[in-house]
Design a protein around this ligand. Structure first.
Ligand SMILES: [Zn+2]
Length: 124
């Protein structure tokens, strides 16, 4: 468990966060199951939750990403089918997206938040 001495680039940290890996070392296996994140990286011992309330950033990212996905589907389907927008079919697609999407994106939002925090905010 040697600590890496070099700080990875911001782009690399964000990529690692998007792929559910540790932004500092790139190590995986940060989750037990889909929802439970380990408190420290098993590879470089980075402690993820820096302070109480830390994960509010991950909740914000999750909300923004799923909200943008909702808007993109809404605008794309509306633009493609106007003036006969299939509202029922659109709702049949959007409701499951809004119900299941946050759970599917949950682990990604956590590692992405850690990456954003490490890349842009950790020095503050
Ligand atoms: Zn690590």
């Amino acid at each position: 468990m040697a600590k890496p001495t070099l700080q990875p680039s911001r782009g690399l940290m964000l990529w690692r966060g998007l792929t559910r890996r540790c932004p500092r070392c790139g190590g995986g296996k940060l989750f037990k199951g889909w929802f439970r994140m380990v408190p420290d990286c098993p590879h470089c011992a980075l402690h993820f939750e820096r302070e109480p309330g830390y994960w509010v950033g991950a909740v914000a990212i999750n909300t923004m990403v799923i909200g943008m996905l909702f808007a993109i589907v809404l605008v794309a389907v509306s633009a493609a089918t106007i003036p006969d927008i299939p509202w029922v079919s659109l709702l049949m697609a959007e409701i499951p997206l809004m119900a299941i999407g946050p759970a599917v994106f949950y682990p990604f939002s956590k590692t992405l938040w850690v990456a954003i925090d490490r890349a842009f905010l950790a020095h503050l």
